[in-house]
Design a binder for this molecule. Structure first.
Ligand code: COA
Length: 330
């Protein structure tokens, strides 16, 4: 959708666990190897939460850093949205825990579940709140700790996911025109069970049986997801460009969800976008779900790969299937 929203990113932050899990760690006990994992996914290592760590640590660390870099005090926030499918608890919302931890006022704080597209959805919701006038300054966190929902004997999923997250502080910009040029979000629930966790919800609540049958871990039909993701991501990016009235050559940096290096490469090849203008950190973090885009954006900004005035395009697809893109001028 073509937009012209004066909403800007004031600051970003990110946080990942210290514990590094390499491909060799999986090869030590699973029928897999580094070469297979690297060629099929691009992943060399990922971070996993240690015992005692959970979603909130990474969410709060990322949020604090984003606030610091934005030079915004937590008391200035009018809205907190946390995109996650691995919340601290089923209830209350992780966003409420973040609110208390950072010392924000009693402003709206809620979680949003859109898996790997979660950050884009949350960015969209926060931008709409800012434009609607219910918030001036918003904190958007994207964070996941999927290692807690991984079956480590399943070589098809165990190697893919990593833990971590990122955050941005958004504010209505007072000067120099629109920053958010297009937003596109969508979903297709007909593919709901291509990536899913079968138990733990109301359909099949936790019980000794669900635990024994390992039904609390992610199931994924990787091949089907791959086929859909390649096509949808390309369409999504093209739509974002068309709606924003810009060409791929004008994009300083594409920040794609880090699901699979082959997916990213294939999409960029079709779009004729050289990989030098694409953020890739899947080799170090794996797929961190809702954490991936804010983490990649934060690293790109720190590295000076993009800066004020640059056009940046963020795009993701994941479980749902749900997808989304945001085209913005930094
Ligand atoms: N090591 C070695 N072999 C593995 C393996 C591993 N870690 N994981 C799967 N295999 C095997 C399979 O068992 C299968 O063996 P078989 O032919 O004997 O049955 C073979 O490799 C091919 O499996 P397939 O699932 O077709 O592999 P793939 O090339 O599609 O790669 C993924 C698997 C998961 C890497 C890939 O499908 C993928 O990345 N899909 C997208 C997933 C995604 O993006 N998910 C998140 C969206 S947010």
């Amino acid at each position: 959708m073509k937009l012209a929203l004066p909403v800007e990113i004031l600051g970003t932050g990110a946080a990942v666990p210290a514990r590094v899990v390499t491909n060799a760690d999986f090869a030590a006990y699973l029928d897999t190897n580094d070469e297979w994992i690297v060629t099929r996914t691009g992943i060399r290592e990922r971070r996993h939460a240690s015992e005692g760590e959970s979603t909130i640590q990474f969410a709060v660390a990322a949020a604090r850093l984003a606030l610091e870099r934005a030079r915004v005090d937590a008391s200035e926030l009018d809205l907190i949205i946390c995109a996650t499918v691995t919340p601290e608890y089923h209830l209350p919302a992780t966003a409420c825990l973040i609110q208390a931890a950072i010392g924000a006022r009693q402003v709206p704080a809620y979680d949003l579940s859109a898996s790997c597209a979660g950050f884009i959805y949350a960015f969209t919701a926060a931008s709409q709140a800012i434009m609607g006038g219910t918030a001036r300054t918003a904190l958007v966190v994207g964070v996941d700790v999927l290692s807690r929902f991984t079956e480590f004997q399943d070589r098809g999923t165990a190697i893919i996911f990593g833990d971590g997250g990122g955050a941005v502080v958004l504010r209505r910009s007072e000067s120099d025109g629109p920053r958010v040029l297009s937003i596109n979000t969508g979903a297709d629930g007909n593919h709901a069970r291509l990536i899913w966790v079968p138990a733990g919800g109301t359909k099949d609540p936790a019980s000794p049986r669900t635990v024994n049958e390992r039904l609390h871990a992610i199931r994924m039909n990787g091949r089907e997801v791959y086929k859909i993701a390649v096509v949808r991501l390309q369409q999504l990016i093209q739509q974002a460009l068309d709606d924003g009235g810009v060409t791929i050559d004008q994009i300083k940096l594409l920040v794609p969800h880090q699901s699979n290096l082959r997916i990213i490469e294939s999409v960029c090849e079709k779009l004729k976008l050289p990989l030098e203008r694409v953020v890739v950190n899947i080799n170090r973090y794996g797929n961190t779900s809702a954490g991936s885009i804010p983490l990649a954006l934060h690293e790109a900004l720190l590295a000076g790969r993009c800066g004020p005035g640059d056009l940046v395009l963020m795009a993701a697809i994941g479980a749902g299937l749900a997808w989304g893109s945001v085209l913005l001028r930094l």
